[in-house]
Design a protein around this ligand. Sequence first.
Ligand SMILES: [Zn+2]
Length: 264
Amino acid sequence: MKNCDQFREMYEAYALGALDPAERATLEAHLATGCQDCAKSIEEARWLVSQLAYMAPEAAPSDMLKGRLMQTVRAEAQTAKRSTPSRSAIPFWIWAGVAALLLFSVYSAWNAQRLQREIHAVNQRAAGILQERRELDAQLQLAKRAAMIVTDPASVRIVLASQDHKSPGLEAKWHSQLGIVLTGQGIPVPSGNRVLQLWLIPKAPEGKPIPSLTLRPDVDGKFVLLVSNPPELMAATKALAITEEPEGGSAQPTTTPRWVGGVS
Ligand SMILES: [Zn+2]
């Protein structure tokens, strides 16, 4: 024969250690009889309390948790209405206040986190758009520069002939102030991660090839390479050469040039 109803409103308070000694003794005596229902309820209440104490602010309070708290507050309210002074050592309004505070702080923490995440996401989107614009601007600037080099009559045209006569020739336009634009079409894509690298061959008799940028043609064998800051002056350069090199390029040519063109 069980009379668990009288304990129903005590579980949370018990788990919080907030029962007065007489109530606690009664409840513990009841538990000692092996009541599985109450034991289970107290286990749940303990879990609830531990959740309140350790709840990660990341998580939204579950409906179950809110429900339990509200249930407890309501139960306490009813108890208070019935005016049974021995019911609990903690007055209802404190208990309700604690519950409300817990809910509020859990919610605020969660909301603050969510707000922070949202602000972070908005900032990231804004930064992303700004970055895209900057990249687009930079690309536009480069494209403009390349267009100026290609169209300016002051640019020197350099034809780079294929040394093995297997590939189409390449063409470069070199503007003394704006740089070099190298273009190609129908160029076989180097195998694996290998790249084509541009070299400036100096006029100086002992001068070694000066490494410049690397490139990989697209699948159609097309490419446009802009060298904004050539590593040597046009006046001091005898020829342009292209070799195939490992990814990232080399400090000095590791293969024989596949294209060479004299700078006149
Ligand atoms: Zn029971």
